[in-house]
Ligand binder design. Sequence first.
Ligand code: PTJ
Length: 261
Amino acid sequence: MSDEPSIPVSPDHEAEIPESHPRYESLLTRHRIEHGVDIGITSRQGLIAQGRGEAYDYLLGERTLDSADAAARAAAAHFLLADHPVVSVNGNVAALVPGEVVELAEATGADIEVNLFNRTDERMERIAAHLREHGATEVKGLTADGRIPGLDHARAKVDADGIGSADVVLVPLEDGDRAEALAAMGKTEIVVDLNPLSRSARAAAVPVVDNIIRAVPNITRHARELADAAPAELRDIVDAFDAEAALADAERAIREGGEAE
Ligand code: PTJ
């Protein structure tokens, strides 16, 4: 048996994936999503969403493009300039990067809010508990005393003192309607989505075309590096970021087999 590093994929999962496996990240991600469904935090539709994401990740070369890294840095600068940043968490995000979301919130002073497409009270509670188990001190979304205008009832529910009053919102793996509705509220929207053609990515001020498992730690890393930067420097990073160019670069990388320059 190999003694190379490997990590258990879930507490009750016997299999261990060696880090040397060529599809290590992809297999790990699948197991995390599966486990999320097993413990009732990820919806079954989340499995389908993950499959879509994986296909794009494969086409992008399963790595962070330079343009996605620039987007992550711009996202970090937006967070640090914000009065009230919020990280929105759905069932896929909770399964894939719960601890990483908590670290991002800590590094940027952001709130964490659960916001679900397939909303049930049970899933809301379970995801909030899961995030608390991973170190979150406060999880918003359960009060649901605010509404996103222009959306049908359940999908529109937010906390008035959370996403409702946020100026910057990170919405990973979002459906297009809600991403557009949040952008229409005038919020600065940062989207993480592996599909550069999705409406969510196109509605975002900052589209991070990268896998959530790489994107969230990368935004945190940039936020830590920029923690002492002057507001003018942060503003320069925000102004220099070109969302359309980042999306075009991701499309080009897909066409050219992941070989972006
Ligand atoms: O937990 P809920 O109820 O809020 O539901 C969440 C899902 C994801 C099921 C819901 O928002 C949904 O149906 O999303 P869509 O419309 O399938 O969009 C998901 C987008 O995220 C697609 O464009 C995928 O390519 C992308 N995606 C999937 N997995 C990842 C990803 N992007 C980054 N990293 C991933 N791991």
